[in-house]
Design a protein around this ligand. Sequence first.
Ligand SMILES: Nc1ncnc2c1ncn2[C@@H]1O[C@H](COP(=O)(O)OP(=O)(O)OP(=O)(O)O)[C@@H](O)[C@H]1O
Length: 308
Amino acid sequence: MIEARALTKRYDEKVAVDDLSFTIRPGVVTGFLGPNGAGKSTTMRMMMGLDRPTSGSVLVNGKPYAQHAAPLNEVGALLEARAVHPGRSARDHLLALALTSGIGRPRVDQVLDMVGLTEVARKRVGEFSLGMGQRLGVAAALLGDPRTLILDEPVNGLDLDGIRWIRALLSRLAGEGRTVFLSSHLMSEMAVTAEHVIVIGKGRLLRDQPMADFIREASVESVRVLSPESARLAEELRRSGATVKGGDRADEALTVGGATSREVGTIAARAGITLWELAPQAGSLEDAYLALTRDSLDYQDADQELAS
Ligand SMILES: Nc1ncnc2c1ncn2[C@@H]1O[C@H](COP(=O)(O)OP(=O)(O)OP(=O)(O)O)[C@@H](O)[C@H]1O
């Protein structure tokens, strides 16, 4: 369990994390979403005691991280800046971590196996691909068999196989009753990985809800209609309160908002209008996420987005 209460971090004039309060529960995978610079890494660093809150607090399994007697058994983390000696083998890297924390050798082989690195355990870490490096980072996080996992962008650098693997691993760990918290700036990825979502923008809390609710709210339905009498159909639909786009040419499809496909079909039938096509369209999750976070982009990022 992770509990943030009015958590705030200021760097001089810049407020990186602004009065965040939330509870991350065990047993489900919780996604932490926000555009670049939203404050995700800063929040996660404060969870791990690597940064001090300016005000407010964050507790992991009931205590500030630093007050745990055996922190590796409480919290495993994969944070952006990884300190791995490139000349060491994966196994030696994990052994060094294990020995300084009183964790036995058998656990090192166990976690190497869990992340699929057994075959390359003796290879120098400096020769690892980005994806293998991510797997090693996850292995290190799992070393203490922690109740809580905090992973900053774990999907970064993984190919499709790697993404599927980490998704399955995280859901298994949550299924064992652990708290699993991971950040990403990709909505589409999070939608299939996390059951609960926390969205922040400019350090502020924007959403804290089950992923299914976020997806339901995001997918505002519209209906695509093609008719040889699109102008007359558009008029009938508008009269019934729907919004209509398109249909300037007779054979151009209409996009109808505020009415279901059944209602559109019924209105057309009553007016004696032929329909060639009637198709409900799901709203895009990515669009809904962008709309939610657009106002909280840094000016610099917003400029970059406009330029791209
Ligand atoms: N040490 C620091 N000194 C000054 N400003 C900082 C420092 N660390 C972070 N910031 C600022 O705080 C804000 C939040 O940064 P943070 O790295 O937490 O965002 P993020 O959501 O993790 O973004 P990204 O997805 O790009 O990693 C940014 O505007 C960043 O420039």
